[in-house]
Ligand binder design. Structure first.
Ligand code: ATP
Ligand code: MG
Length: 394
């Protein structure tokens, strides 16, 4: 028997007309992530099969756990001998490898020319297992394990349910366009990015840095966060904007309580320019309602005023503790809590405005020609290759 991997689709099964597009994108994403392995892949309307080399299976399974659009990953056995005797023998071999008290056999006869029907096969195989393994029982309602047998013309496929790995669900990356994530070194924005990728959106990253007020370590930390997200995403571009002049100007020239609001408006103006240029469809950030003064609804309104693009805030209703839980699960937490200053934390005013007034914002912004500074910042954008190994970065 050959070991192969069966993939069951996630939420894309709710799609009708464009289901094939979702399936083909998932297939392309899987091929891409597994490009260092040799394998065949086949898909139909309901699932996908990967035919790997036996020695690659464990590594392939761990890679598949990072791919959105997969509901379940199942290690499955395939035998090209399609006969009653062989099905009995192979079923028994599989069930002998695991321990259980109760079981149920579920046969699917895709090849109707096979002379024994599914119900009868369930009884034959179930009886054979009962006879050869002691102290077990059949339970058709709530068994410990299911043994699934699918009889096709060319082969028989077997899998038992204790071998099922839960996939990440969601939609295959890039089925729903691309967006730009404002990625800081904090806990929130990587989680916001992860949740956005989960919905099939391909992510790119935008980091504002204020050298020398922030350090290169701070930048590397953000790059490493993006690398973690790239395990789920693929081929995202990482942009670094030199934000120093804009921040210093705001800090020196404008009403101190409005520093953060205006700084964030400048960030969004720059983000919008990039989004337009590269035809991304939205800006994503890690804001959560009420977390800090700049994340009240009035602050969001004042900031959204600079762009007509959708601003996705996947964490808007999340408690911090729930965000931390996800950041631990996706392995960004330990990097996020490294103590390097971020440009927002350095220029924090004593009393940031909670309900910013748009008229006041316009009058403050008119004190200085920010358009020139924005042009300069855009010209200075640096792109970082996320594939370069860590040690080469500093
Ligand atoms: P995080 O934990 O992600 O840093 P935060 O709670 O510290 O979030 P803020 O500093 O107010 O919140 O930032 C809100 C959001 O603005 C961040 O989640 C991120 O999306 C974006 N942001 C903040 N600073 C930067 C930066 N230097 N570069 C890019 N985006 C940033
Ligand atoms: Mg932050």
């Amino acid at each position: 028997m050959k070991k192969i991997i069966l993939i069951k689709y996630g939420e894309l099964t709710t799609k009708k007309d464009n289901r094939n597009f979702f399936i083909n994108t998932l297939k392309k994403n899987i091929k891409n992530k597994l490009s260092s392995f040799e394998f065949d892949i086949k898909s139909d309307y309901y699932r996908m099969f990967i035919y790997p080399k036996e020695e690659d299976i464990e590594l392939i399974l761990s890679t598949l756990r990072y791919i959105f659009g997969i509901y379940e990953i199942v290690v499955c056995y395939m035998s090209e001998i399609v006969s009653e005797e062989s099905i009995k023998d192979e079923s028994l071999k599989i069930m002998k490898k695991i321990s259980f008290d109760t079981f149920k056999v579920i046969t699917k006869r895709s090849d109707k020319s096979f002379s024994i029907d599914s119900m009868k096969m369930n009884n034959i195989v179930g009886g054979h297992i009962l006879k050869n393994i002691s102290n077990i029982n059949v339970d058709v309602h709530n068994p410990d394990v299911y043994l699934n047998i699918e009889i096709r013309k060319e082969a028989v496929y077997y899998y038992e349910s204790s071998n099922i790995i839960k996939g990440l669900g969601g939609y295959p990356v890039s089925t729903l366009g691309s967006a730009l994530l404002m990625l800081s070194g904090g806990i929130d924005s990587p989680v916001a990015g992860y949740l956005t990728i989960k919905r099939g959106v391909e992510l790119n990253y935008l980091y504002f840095e204020s050298l020398p007020h922030t350090s290169l370590e701070a930048r590397n930390k953000v790059v490493n966060l993006a690398r973690e997200l790239e395990k789920y995403n693929s081929g995202g571009t990482f942009y670094v904007v030199n934000f120093t002049k804009i921040q210093e100007t705001i800090y020196k020239e404008l009403d101190p309580s409005y520093i953060i609001t205006i700084m964030r408006r400048m960030m969004y103006k720059i983000a919008e320019r990039l989004v337009k240029k590269h035809k991304y469809l939205a800006i994503v950030n890690g804001e959560s309602i009420g977390q800090v003064a700049s994340q009240t609804l009035s602050s969001m309104l004042a900031v959204n005023d600079v762009t007509s693009y959708p601003i996705l805030r996947p964490l808007c209703s999340f408690d911090k503790l729930d965000i931390i839980k996800i950041s631990k699960e996706i392995n960004t937490y330990e990097t996020s809590i490294l103590p390097y200053d971020d440009c927002c934390t350095i220029f924090v005013p004593k009393h940031p405005v909670i309900n910013p007034n748009l008229k006041h914002i316009y009058s403050e912004e008119s004190k200085y020609n920010f358009d020139n500074l924005i042009e300069e910042a855009i010209k200075s954008i640096e792109i970082i290759d996320l594939n370069v190994v860590k040690s080469e970065l500093l």
